[in-house]
Design a protein around this ligand. Structure first.
Ligand SMILES: *[C@@H]1O[C@H](CO)[C@@H](O)[C@H](O)[C@H]1NC(C)=O
Ligand SMILES: *[C@@H]1O[C@H](CO)[C@@H](O)[C@H](O)[C@H]1NC(C)=O
Length: 535
């Protein structure tokens, strides 16, 4: 009897399990971008896991951020290194060096710094995509792996299109594709699929706004073409041969990486300037933001000791381990002059100028500190999480941008009146103190940030829930092809109706020509006819 009850139990259990897994749980394959982008991808993965989906993550053998074992996903480790960490360490220190070079203040030296940074960036990204290319080839050549991926019958591939692997994999497996995106290998996402008139949409990294003078518009157009050209120069030599090799010469290279069902954008219109968008673009800016929790007791005590002055928080993210000594000394000296308490995330030699009001820490609970009522200002390099969390909690920002699109991200917050930006190459204790004092004592900065915070929180659905809805929508409907426009499948002259305009112009010209000819003929007839009559 016991045996049959056991059987019955097992039977119902399996039935129940099968039911839940087929009705709510999907199978999701993730091809992530290693490094800080993984931190955000993990937020989506944890939420998907909590909703009963099964997640599998592909990682290279030497992955930097993506852990092999996790309670939230199973991983498949490719037997091939991605060399991501080494690449980062090499170029980040080089870029920091360029930024910090002492130079005369002139347009030319600014331009020179810019060119050097651009060169380092091109080198870094070329190297990076070459390594990614190797990983992809390795993956496609591994017949057993591909077989098992096919057999697993995934419901969708979720990827960060900053690497090309996810889009290629989805196409190979014939599975719907969702992007967690701001950048793809071909450029900023909006510019690739939504109409983007350069007259009022600043190209990313130009630090321009939606109100541009004539010269700024010239700069914008040049930056756009230069940006598109460099990215093509970097990525095409890597991905084009791969597409040709594994998908044949008939597959149109330019559309392969734009073929996602849904684009989950990591920004929104609190952050972005208003612009045209597309039905399959879903904005989830701030999806990583959470309510703050209580601080550890010692930190809380330190924060409370600041009294009415409050605290300033500073962190330059996980990537910058050491600032040069001159810079940290100047920062420490500026902090020492403030009546506020300061919590500074800093690894490296303790600066001699450090004031008694400044606490150095190896790590800080950024979100919990930003949500603390005593926090008055946030000094940040402008990474995604920093900017989004500052907006979420309404804390005004002093920006010290270092690499990539950080300067551009911060400039957007500055345009909205909620940040002051300091060029780290120009930083000394006076400049830095001035920036801090402005943000601390001019109430417009705090006011603007609180306004952005209110707007950010006033949405029909939380950004993370929005992302979940659309991911599950794609699982339910096996894609979202009906939301995809045809625009990216057209050649530029069809897209801009150049052929139609040419045909219509030709028709107009032709009819004008015919009219003129007929009139001339008639005129001649009448004229010559009259002449004939006269004679
Ligand atoms: C800039 O902001 C966008 C949108 O929030 C984000 O995707 C990107 O990662 C940010 N850049 C950096 C360097 O953090
Ligand atoms: C505060 O900052 C705003 C914006 O930069 C500026 O217009 C205003 O004059 C400043 N107020 C004071 C008192 O300095």
């Amino acid at each position: 009897l016991l045996g049959s009850i056991n059987h019955l139990f097992l039977f119902t259990f399996t039935l129940l399990f099968m039911q839940t897994s087929s009705s709510s749980g999907g199978k999701i394959l993730v091809f992530p971008l290693d490094g800080s982008h993984w931190v955000n991808m993990k937020v989506l993965i944890e939420e998907l896991h909590s909703r009963g989906h099964q997640i599998t993550v592909l990682r290279p053998s030497d992955s930097w951020y993506v852990e092999e074992t996790s309670p939230f996903y199973t991983s498949i480790t490719l037997s091939c290194p991605g060399k991501f960490e080494a690449n980062f360490e090499k170029y980040l220190s080089r870029m920091l060096e360029i930024r910090l070079e002492k130079k005369p203040v002139s347009l030319w030296s600014k331009l020179w710094t810019h060119i050097q940074l651009e060169r380092a960036l091109i080198e870094q990204f070329s190297q990076f995509h070459r390594e990614v290319g190797e990983v992809i080839i390795h993956m496609f050549e591994d017949a057993n792996l591909m077989q098992s991926l096919h057999a697993a019958k995934y419901d969708l591939v979720l990827t960060d299109p900053g690497v090309g692997g996810g889009a290629l994999l989805a196409r190979k497996l014939q599975v719907p594709l969702v992007f967690n995106v701001r950048w793809t290998i071909q450029g900023e996402a909006h510019f690739l699929i939504a109409p983007s008139p350069l007259s009022y949409i600043p190209f990313t990294a130009t630090e321009l706004t939606d109100k541009m003078t004539f010269t700024q518009r010239v700069k914008n157009v040049l930056a756009y073409f230069f940006g598109r050209y460099t990215l093509t120069y970097i990525t095409e030599p890597v991905y084009k041969p791969i597409v040709k090799r594994y998908f044949g010469p008939d597959v149109d290279y330019s559309t392969v990486f734009l073929d996602a069902d849904i684009w989950l954008m990591r920004n929104d219109f609190i952050f972005e300037f208003p612009r045209p968008t597309m039905p399959n673009i879903v904005y989830m800016g701030g999806f990583q933001c959470k309510p703050s929790k209580a601080l550890p007791a010692d930190l809380e005590e330190f924060v409370q000791s600041s009294g009415d002055h409050g605290v300033v928080i500073m962190t330059l993210g996980t990537l910058v381990r050491n600032l040069p000594e001159e810079v940290s000394e100047e920062i420490a000296a500026a902090f020492a002059q403030l009546p506020q308490k300061v919590i500074w995330r800093y690894v490296g030699q303790r600066p001699a100028n450090l004031g008694s009001n400044t606490l150095l820490v190896n790590w800080l609970p950024q979100n919990d500190l930003l949500g603390h009522p005593k926090t008055r200002a946030f000094v940040t390099h402008g990474g995604t999480n920093g900017v989004q969390e500052a907006i979420h909690h309404g804390v005004p920002v002093v920006g010290l941008p270092l690499f990539y699109d950080q300067a551009d991200n911060l400039s957007r917050v500055r345009t909205k009146g909620a940040a002051v930006i300091v060029d780290i190459g120009m930083l000394d204790r006076h400049v830095f103190k001035e920036a801090l004092m402005t943000v601390l004592y001019n109430s417009t900065y705090r006011g603007s940030m609180q306004m952005l915070s209110k707007l950010h929180k006033d949405q029909p659905m939380k950004p993370l829930n929005q992302a979940m809805f659309w991911l599950e929508y794609v699982i339910r409907h096996k894609g979202a092809r009906h939301l995809q426009t045809q625009s990216h499948k057209m050649s530029w002259f069809v897209y801009h109706s150049v052929d139609v305009i040419a045909a219509l112009s030709a028709a107009v010209l032709l009819s004008v020509f015919i009219c003129i000819s007929v009139m001339r003929l008639l005129y001649q007839k009448i004229f010559t006819g009259k002449k004939v009559k006269h004679e």
